[in-house]
Design a protein. Structure first.
Length: 66
């Protein structure tokens, strides 16, 4: 199993609190300075590729879950 980077681990800690969430929800609870939306989206996509997250499309939005 691949290890998480510090940034990936921080994102996963927020996702675990939500159980399932959108990128926007994760960004809202992150401390200042908040990462740009696109950076956070890249981290979440890496976590999805590493199979730490799954994604379900709801309309035009993706909802992610561990």
């Amino acid at each position: 199993m691949e290890e998480l980077t510090k940034q990936e681990e921080e994102v996963m800690l927020h996702v675990w609190k939500f159980k399932s969430c959108t990128i926007k929800q994760v960004r809202e609870v992150m401390p200042e300075p908040k990462p740009p939306y696109t950076t956070l989206a890249s981290v979440i996509n890496k976590l999805k590729r590493k199979q730490f997250l799954s994604a379900i499309q709801e309309g035009i939005t993706y909802v992610y879950a561990p």
